[in-house]
Write a protein that binds this ligand. Structure first.
Ligand SMILES: Nc1ncnc2c1ncn2[C@@H]1O[C@H](COP(=O)(O)OP(=O)(O)O)[C@@H](O)[C@H]1O
Ligand code: SF4
Ligand SMILES: [Mg+2]
Length: 329
């Protein structure tokens, strides 16, 4: 049995009198123990919405309108909230939220914030929780005597380490890390990614890494999903997706990344912006920005198809465009 199975999940935000923002619109995938899935796409494509949907932490206007999220075979949307809180959330599946390192209370001691978070979910004395906070700091490479420091005494990288420590406090099987290195400088970014990778291997965690940054995803993931307008547009092994991108959107994303190896190339980028998900475009949602779009693309919505073994793309012309490079200037 897979650790996590996501089946045709749709999560919409209700906007009174206007309709629904289709932030997560028919996502399916599964994850085994120790595997990592990278989810990449521009800002506004629904990545964070998918993350909170997997945690069943929807805001008041968020609605699961279709699908299932199966953890060890049980749909978390069928469980009563108190069981979810006691047995599942943070214990089986955990998340480092986008931007959370800036949400640490600046003038409450780091140790106290970690201890409080632990005690919310596990019966433990204050002394035990403080000791565990020290252990967790050491786990993420911070000396345990810094429990008495305040977040304002920590660098951005250290605060992100604290968030990772908190997410791992109850030994989850699955960790979702949403943009964990965004806003950190390149060197610290590399250190944080290394830390996540090391912890993943040490504890055999299944990792879902979310980033708008292709190079972050490329370095860290066994499998890659390219998300656009609430949907996976391409899915496959990291090697297949990055070396042989099938979907024009993936080609566009990759063309905006400087290539480390191989021939130098001019950096292209994708003109325009992702669509408003209150009224997504008809047909292929990428059509208004796609240099390869034809009439059919504006009329018929493509399905996510297995174009090559284990390699899926949501494009009518994936076969024809195989090997064709993004060439917009
Ligand atoms: N609580 C909310 N209510 C309405 N719309 C929302 C809410 N949260 C996010 N959105 C919208 O959902 C879409 C997807 O957002 P998000 O999941 O944050 O994307 P990403 O993480 O890929 O940047 C965006 O259009 C965003 O404005
Ligand atoms: S279906 Fe058409 S518009 Fe959509 S990605 Fe493929 S070629 Fe482009
Ligand atoms: Mg996000």
């Amino acid at each position: 049995m897979k650790v996590l199975e996501v089946k045709d999940v749709k999560m919409y935000y209700e906007i009174p009198f206007r309709g629904y923002v289709k932030a997560v619109d028919g996502i399916s995938f599964s994850l085994d123990a120790k595997e990592s899935l990278g989810i990449v796409g521009e800002s506004g494509c629904g990545k964070s919405s998918l993350g909170i949907t997997l945690m069943r932490l929807l805001p008041s206007n968020g609605r699961l309108v279709n699908g299932q999220v199966l953890l060890d075979g049980a749909n978390i949307y069928d469980l009563p909230e108190d069981r979810l809180r006691k047995e599942i959330r943070w214990k089986k599946i955990s998340m480092v939220f986008q931007g959370a390192m800036n949400a640490l209370h600046p003038i409450i001691k780091v140790g106290e914030q970690i201890a409080e978070a632990i005690m919310l979910h596990e019966e433990m004395s204050k002394e035990e929780a403080w000791k565990r906070a020290g252990d967790l700091l050491e786990l993420v490479g911070i000396s345990r005597d810094r429990v008495d420091n305040y977040p304002f005494e920590f660098s951005g990288g250290m605060r992100q380490r604290v968030m990772i420590a908190m997410a791992l406090a109850l030994n989850p099987a699955i960790l979702i890390a949403d943009e964990p290195t965004t806003a950190l400088d390149v060197i610290v970014q590399a250190q944080i990614l290394r830390l996540i990778k090391d912890l993943q291997e040490k504890f055999g965690i299944s990792l879902i890494l979310i980033s708008h940054d292709v190079s972050v995803i490329a370095e860290m993931s066994d499998y890659v999903a390219v998300m656009y307008a609430g949907m996976f547009q391409e899915y496959g092994s990291a090697k297949d997706v990055f070396l042989n991108p099938l979907h024009p959107y993936t080609k566009g994303l990759l063309s905006s990344v400087p290539s480390v190896k191989g021939k130098p190339r001019r950096l292209a980028s994708i003109p325009g912006a992702p669509p408003n998900l209150l009224n997504p475009p008809k047909g292929c949602r990428f059509a208004p920005r796609c240099p390869f779009a034809r009439d059919k693309c504006f009329k018929e919505e493509p399905e996510l198809r297995e174009v090559e073994p284990g390699h899926f793309a949501r494009c009518h012309y994936a076969e024809e465009l195989r090997g064709v490079e993004w060439n917009v200037r």
